[in-house]
Design a protein around this ligand. Structure first.
Ligand SMILES: [Zn+2]
Ligand SMILES: [Zn+2]
Length: 250
């Protein structure tokens, strides 16, 4: 701590900023992918043969955390959905939703490994892990530049079937079914649920002593508000379509 203060005092104005920018630059999805490719061939071959795959993504409004989706090749489509949720859906939720996780993401490990599974025995949506078990990320490595690593698992089938807001969900299904956009709605709903579970578990990683009721309140609040905002936009375009065909009849 004292050493850091010393360094700050010695650094010319602007130099510190540049240094921290360089540090952020060091950690990018490209750097992680490069690290994965640079490992010995026999390790990569064994990993590939076992079906293990990695997809690296990040929230576009902040340099870290990077999210590494560790998955089986069988779940590549779901892994892509998780990446889309982090990259695109996060950017599209109302400001208030993003702000509610500002402190959590600011203090989060700079690398978050998500072990994406189809299901888990205990029937939870996900868990944070006390230690990082995913082999390429379990040991510190130069490529990480001293970044902290956190890990969680998420069971996507549980997330798909999760009754987050039972009454709202049913009412919305009816509405989107009438607009023949039920599939599109379910895909969006799944991605927003994924995002809220990812944020919920990150919250646990960062503040392990925060009571579950508060952690859940934050993630459910995020989900319901993000969903409401999507529905509002979608319904606006749906009624536009209906109105137009109506006027054509008249
Ligand atoms: Zn569990
Ligand atoms: Zn929890």
């Amino acid at each position: 701590m004292g050493e850091m203060k010393q360094g700050e005092a010695d650094a010319a104005p602007g130099e510190l900023e540049w240094k921290s920018m360089e540090r952020e630059h060091i950690l990018s999805p490209g750097v992680i992918e490069e690290y994965l490719r640079s490992r010995p061939r026999w390790i990569r071959w064994r990993e590939w043969a076992s079906g293990r795959r990695y997809r690296v993504t990040r929230f576009l409004d902040r340099p870290t955390p990077l999210v590494i989706v560790a998955h089986s090749f069988r779940n590549a489509v779901k892994a892509r959905q998780v990446a889309l949720a982090v990259e695109q859906d996060w950017a599209a939720v109302p400001n208030r939703c993003r702000e509610s996780y500002d402190e959590v993401l600011f203090n989060a490990p700079r690398l978050i490994v998500v072990q994406l599974r189809r299901s888990n025995v205990c029937k939870c949506l996900g868990h944070r892990h006390v230690a990082v078990k995913e082999p390429p990320f379990a040991e510190p490595h130069d490529a990480f530049g001293g970044a902290s690593v956190g890990e969680m698992d998420i069971a996507y089938e549980r997330v798909e079937n999760w009754q987050a807001l039972p009454l709202t969900d049913t009412a919305l299904d009816t509405k989107f079914l009438q607009g023949s956009r039920l599939d599109e709605f379910h895909a969006q709903q799944f991605r927003l649920r994924m995002l809220s579970v990812l944020l919920h578990e990150t919250n646990h990683l960062v503040f392990p002593h925060e009571p579950e009721v508060l952690v859940r309140q934050r993630s459910l609040g995020f989900y319901s508000e993000a969903l409401a905002s999507y529905v509002e936009r979608a319904i606006a375009t749906m009624s536009l379509t209906i109105d137009r065909s109506f006027s054509r009849l008249g």
